[in-house]
Design a protein. Sequence first.
Length: 296
Amino acid sequence: MIDIEMLYRTYKQLLFTVAYRMLGSVSEAEDMVQDLFASLPTLDTENITNLKAYLVKMITNRCLNVLKSARKQREVYVGAWLPEPLIMANNADPMGQIVQDETISYAFLVLLQELSAVERAVFILREVLGYEYNEVADMLHKSETNCRKIYSRAKVKINQEHVRNLGELGDSQPLVQKFLRAVQTGNFQDFVALLTEDAVLISDGGGKRRAAIKTIFGKQRIQAFFEGIAGKGSLQGQWRPFLINGQAGLVLVKDEKADMVICFEMEQQHQRANHVYKMVNPDKLQHLSSVLSQIC
């Protein structure tokens, strides 16, 4: 008889990492891990020789089912869809310590959204977790040849050099300090000086909060955007610096709740940001409120 409590302690962080990368949702990933372990007593696990691979297979296929049902919701989503940010304090996350050397950068999560659900699964299992093609094929009930083709297609969609760069997180702390100063003064010129010329700003309000529905291109337009919303008081509140998906970022707290998250993608060579991500969708910030109460 398997020791479910031992399995939970051993593999919950790995399974959360897989689910979070697949779904881009902290709350859904946490729920899925809990549901998976709750179902184990009803499953026949006596003849399973590799429990780790079995659990990864289960969580991956559950994620694929969820993504199939969520496809239509994504199609009618108002504005850009961004993943839920993951607050990390002292290298910890809401699930506890995420698997070491498996930092889930926010920019990497955004990049994964360019892939279909199956492409994402193959890419994560092969590129991130290092499974062999025959193992990936078994997990996804596909042929090894098909998995190779899917993986190749995924690499074409997301530039492989870009993926490698995202694995080496740049120092976004100077951006955080300049942004905080800009909020105080209303002048974002020094902040945007740390952006690349062709930087873009992507906002996610989900149709529930005012946000730029279209991507904002260029550092000057980004400066004008932030100075505009600052003038309307939208940036007023208590800004708190946090590690967000492994990089320095900011959370705006109002009435003890997370109201906005700002984080960045760093351009490695010159240590400037080429993407600014702004999350204001309350549904995707809800999970942060309990975290804030515990670590602030």
